[in-house]
Write a protein that binds this ligand. Structure first.
Ligand code: SF4
Ligand code: SF4
Ligand code: SF4
Length: 320
């Protein structure tokens, strides 16, 4: 019997998600013998045109990491969607836009001006900027179009399943691989990770007082935190209260609060808004001055609450 065809592809990301696939160690050898890889640019020398020549739906599964910021990424995402029975959005960049999605707080023009004109290390006396099309020696050279904003994958194509994390941890990658190979997938649209919040599995959860009451917010480098005690109880922002469980408490285990890379819990569209609402309920401040003082202690609130999810949030992008 023919083996199922699988594509793994990297769009707008850092490459860490491709690394995460090989982090499943020797299990990858079993996967490699159970499937036929037909595209995996970071590891294997297949070309896009060989995918273009396939029948629609010929690929059983495309695992796509990274967001969509330019026309080449959109083209590849749409090609894989057309040729695949299933698409798995792999990693926070694909699921929610990821950290590169914070670029939606600025404009394409400001990014180009900084990168090609204003950054101190730039030498560009002729003021050349990248062009989509340029003629050189009678030939046309082209570059992908850089879009105005970063898009999560499901902004561009239909996505069947989601595996969050920056990057997804090996145990969830293995769970996703076996769910696909054994045909034990949950309903379309599911996130292949626990539905509850990280707090629900956090070992520090029992240390929370009956009623959390925060009068001051401190940054992690400003205070010597006590391991085993909930960060919120120590006045340090931890997004575990509004973040999906499943990472294995990677940051908490090294005494770093959660930054939210697993995105919102099941049924919540906007993890940043959910956290703000949770934070408002545990602030022990009365006067307007007190509220303003504590809010001022949150440095870069949008960058903090939406570090991994801005393009998929209610805010999405800078307007105008
Ligand atoms: S989710 Fe994280 S590890 Fe994966 S591509 Fe994006 S930034 Fe890199
Ligand atoms: S807020 Fe953070 S430290 Fe506290 S219980 Fe939740 S995940 Fe753990
Ligand atoms: S603790 Fe939070 S930021 Fe860290 S890996 Fe887990 S979900 Fe991601």
């Amino acid at each position: 019997m023919a083996k199922p065809k699988v594509a793994i592809c990297w769009l707008g990301g850092c490459g860490g998600c491709d690394e995460a696939v090989v982090d499943i160690n020797e299990v990858i050898l079993g996967v490699a013998s159970a499937v036929d890889f037909v595209l995996w640019p970071v590891a294997l020398d297949f070309k896009y045109h060989s995918v273009e020549g396939m029948k629609n739906g010929e690929i059983a599964l495309s695992v796509i990491n990274g967001n969509v910021r330019n026309s080449e990424q959109e083209e590849v995402a749409k090609l894989l969607r057309e040729k695949s029975q299933l698409v798995l959005g792999f990693g926070s960049c694909a699921c929610f836009g990821g950290t590169p999605g914070l670029a939606n707080l600025t404009t394409k023009e400001d990014i180009f001006n900084w990168v090609y004109r204003d950054a101190p290390t730039v030498v560009n006396p002729d003021g050349n900027y990248p062009q989509i099309s340029t003629r050189v020696a009678g030939k046309e050279l082209t570059l992908p179009e850089f879009y105005k904003h970063v898009h999560a994958l499901n902004d561009i194509i239909d996505v069947d399943y989601y595996l969050p994390g920056c990057p997804p941890p090996p145990h969830l990658v293995m769970y996703a691989v076996s769910a696909v190979l054994e045909n034990k997938l949950p309903p379309k649209g599911s996130t292949l990770a626990p539905q509850r919040a990280l707090c629900d599995s956090c070992k520090r959860n029992n240390s929370k007082p009956e009623r959390l009451a925060i009068r001051e917010i401190k940054r992690i480098h400003e205070v010597e935190t006590t391991p085993d005690i909930c960060f919120l109880a120590q006045g340090v922002i931890c997004l575990g209260i509004a973040t999906r469980d499943g990472c294995g408490e990677s940051c908490l285990n090294i005494n770093i609060p959660c930054r939210g890379c697993f995105g919102p819990v099941e049924g919540v569209a906007d993890s940043g808004a959910k956290f703000v609402s949770a934070l408002a309920s545990i602030l022990d401040v009365q006067s307007d001055e007190d509220i303003a003082r504590v809010v001022d202690q949150i440095i870069d609130p949008v960058g903090y609450m939406y570090r991994f999810s801005l393009p998929a949030s209610t805010l999405r992008k800078k307007q105008g």
